[in-house]
Design a protein around this ligand. Structure first.
Ligand SMILES: Nc1ncnc2c1ncn2[C@@H]1O[C@H](COP(=O)(O)OP(=O)(O)OP(=O)(O)O)[C@@H](O)[C@H]1O
Ligand SMILES: [Mg+2]
Length: 290
């Protein structure tokens, strides 16, 4: 994974070419505490250029907190987050992340419901220059960029439709499009297929696969069928630490992982059976690889 060619378009051509043999994201001894409660505990994690990494773990493991810290929403107590070779993201503010090439998608789609699909991407490009205090005017080529992004997320036929009328899945793809149009190098997606139909879920998996390779993607997901279908490498987070890493088959067979999912998480919500993609009430037997 690490060391693949990075063929993503860069919107920051003045920066030195990164060493692609190193990860695009290197989380080093990252610790986050809230009121003395340690949520991330000396966490180490590396994601390669062009890699799509899945992050799983029981409720309260610290997955969203990790994304919050990477994107500047929360500050670490200790540790570094080295992005693209040189930038320590832990020293950056949330508003600087887009310009650096990091895009984040929350679970609930944050779209402009009363605008058309096309306008949503237009506005996103405008917002990109908020750092200057101005809503930038659209440039030549932006129209092509918007249309090719809509094609990428499969919404070109919906370009002139009002976004509020899209299905749940289409809204999620629109928001992914709003990230892609800004040409990120790294995308962070928190539970992107939650609430989707099976068909929408499969299309999202294909979309993520097409995004990966050109850009790096970190996907937090609870839907184990989805992870099994689309993940190459899975990192399991538990109690703020990396518990296991490997293919889905490998982590499913890791006794530590089985224990973590069978035990109660910090939030005291039972996790049994979720690693198998089934509910506890339906299936409380030990986890087995498919
Ligand atoms: N701002 C905060 N202040 C205090 N505690 C917090 C804060 N944010 C998160 N936590 C706690 O940190 C722990 C990890 O939360 P986090 O949301 O990162 O878990 P998660 O792995 O994303 O869980 P889920 O799978 O349920 O989304 C939880 O116990 C949570 O209550
Ligand atoms: Mg979460």
């Amino acid at each position: 994974m690490i060391g693949r060619t990075n063929n993503s378009a860069s919107h920051n051509g003045s920066r030195p070419t990164p060493d692609l043999s190193k990860p695009i994201l290197s989380v080093e001894s990252l610790t986050v505490s809230f009121d003395g409660f340690t949520v991330l505990d000396e966490l180490d994690l590396a994601i390669g250029y062009g890699e799509m990494r899945f992050l799983i773990g029981p409720n309260g493991a610290g997955k969203t907190t990790l994304i919050d810290v990477i994107t500047g929403k929360s500050k670490p107590t200790k540790g570094r987050i080295i992005f693209d070779g040189t930038t320590d993201l832990s020293r950056r503010q949330e508003y600087q992340l887009v310009r650096l090439g990091v895009g984040r998608k929350f679970q609930t789609p944050a779209i402009f419901s009363s605008l058309t699909v096309y306008q949503n991407l237009e506005v996103t490009l405008g917002f990109r220059s908020r750092i200057t205090g101005l809503l930038r005017k659209l440039r030549q080529g932006d129209g092509d960029r918007i249309m090719s992004t809509l094609e990428e997320v499969g919404l070109q036929h919906r370009a002139q439709d009002i976004a509020g009328g899209l299905s749940h899945g289409e809204k999620q793809w629109l928001e992914i499009g709003m990230l892609l149009v800004q040409e990120p190098k790294l995308l962070l997606l928190d539970e992107p297929v939650a609430g989707m139909t099976r068909r929408e879920r499969d299309r999202t998996g294909e979309l993520l696969q097409s995004i990966g390779g050109a850009r790096s993607v970190l996907v937090v997901e609870h839907d184990m069928d989805f992870v099994r279908q689309f993940a190459q490498t899975v990192t399991v987070l538990h109690l703020g630490k990396v518990l296991s890493e490997g293919t889905m088959e490998e982590v499913q067979q890791d006794p530590e992982v089985v224990r973590a999912y069978l035990g109660n998480s910090r939030s005291q919500r039972p996790q049994a059976g979720r690693l198998n993609g089934r509910r506890e009430a339906e299936h409380a037997a030990p986890v087995a690889a498919d």
